[in-house]
Structures are given as structure tokens and as C-alpha cells.
Design a protein around this ligand. Structure first.
Ligand SMILES: [Fe+2]
Ligand SMILES: [Fe+2]
Length: 161
């Protein structure tokens, strides 16, 4: 079943929701449940997803930095890990001619996204609203107090488990 947009994905942050809708659409374009697509088309579409994901994760990473997360917090680390794997499966497809890892990661992204959005992205949205950060007006953000400026190491202020 292709990943499709569901009401429970809505986090009520317009930029996050718009980006997540695009992500879901791009992943759905890679679904081969109705039949395999030509390898070149599959890799091309996957590269489009990577380009979008670089912006998607970069945007969230930037907001984390602005609002006091340390650069090595677990949310940003997970972004990096996912992107590293996405780049690696393209390398395997293009350089070594192995498409199976790319096909597998598409299925894994369909499983991964709802959990990531529900836990880490939802926690980020909550945190941004708590500290008064509006992504549409990043320059207007002033940390309310010294605590907000302290680096947050975990994704949501608690242990990553
Ligand atoms: Fe996200
Ligand atoms: Fe995220």
C-alpha cells in the first residue's frame, strides 16, 4: 500500500505540514505495488525525494539550532542517518547496479515517516510553540530566558530511549 496522507499526520504547523505532505507524495510516487517501474525512473524519482528531504530535514535542523537544541541532538542525528542511507542506496543502484536496497528503503520510509512525525517532529512543533518561535518569522525570535538558550541535547527534552 502506498503511503498516503492521513489526518493524524497533521501537526498544525503550516510549514511542517506542507513539507510533510510533499514528502508523502514523493514517497508514494516510488511505490511499486502496481508493478515495477524502469530502474532509471525509479532512481530519478528517488533522487527527487532526496533533494526534497535535504530541504525538509535542513529546515527542521535549522529551527532546532535557533531554538536551542544542540547540533548533536537525537532528532538531527536521525535525520542524518536517514539521509546517509538514502544516499547509499542511490550509490548502490548507480555504481553497483543493485536496486533492491533502494526498493527496500522506500518500504522502510513508509514505516518510518509516521513514527518520526508523531514523535520527533511533533515534539519539535510543540517546543517551537512553547518558546515562541514562528518559522514564518525566524528573525523575530528572541529566547524568553536563559534556559531557552541552553542547548537541548535530546529530541524532546527527555531521554531518547
Ligand atoms: Fe519532518
Ligand atoms: Fe524530523
Amino acid at each position: 500500500m502506498p503511503l498516503t496522507w492521513k489526518p493524524e499526520f497533521v501537526l498544525n504547523q503550516p510549514q511542517v505540514d506542507a513539507t510533510h505532505r510533499e514528502f508523502v507524495d514523493l514517497v508514494a510516487c516510488l511505490d511499486e505495488s502496481q508493478g515495477e517501474m524502469p530502474p532509471a525512473a525509479l532512481v530519478d524519482r528517488f533522487k527527487r525525494l532526496i533533494a526534497h528531504t535535504i530541504d525538509h530535514f535542513g529546515q527542521e535542523d535549522r529551527w532546532m539550532t535557533i531554538t536551542g537544541f544542540s547540533p548533536d541532538n537525537c532528532h538531527a542525528r536521525q535525520h542524518k542517518m536517514v539521509l546517509d542511507v538514502m544516499h547509499e542506496v542511490v550509490r548502490l543502484a548507480e555504481v553497483e547496479g543493485h536496486l533492491d536496497p533502494l526498493r527496500r528503503i522506500v518500504l522502510e520510509l513508509e514505516e518510518w515517516f509516521p513514527q518520526h512525525a508523531d514523535m520527533m517532529d511533533a515534539a519539535l512543533v510543540f517546543h517551537m510553540s512553547e518558546v515562541g518561535f514562528d518559522p514564518a518569522r525566524p528573525d523575530a525570535f528572541k529566547p524568553k530566558n536563559a534556559e531557552d538558550a541552553d542547548a537541548i541535547k535530546s529530541c524532546d527534552g527527555s531521554s531518547c530511549g
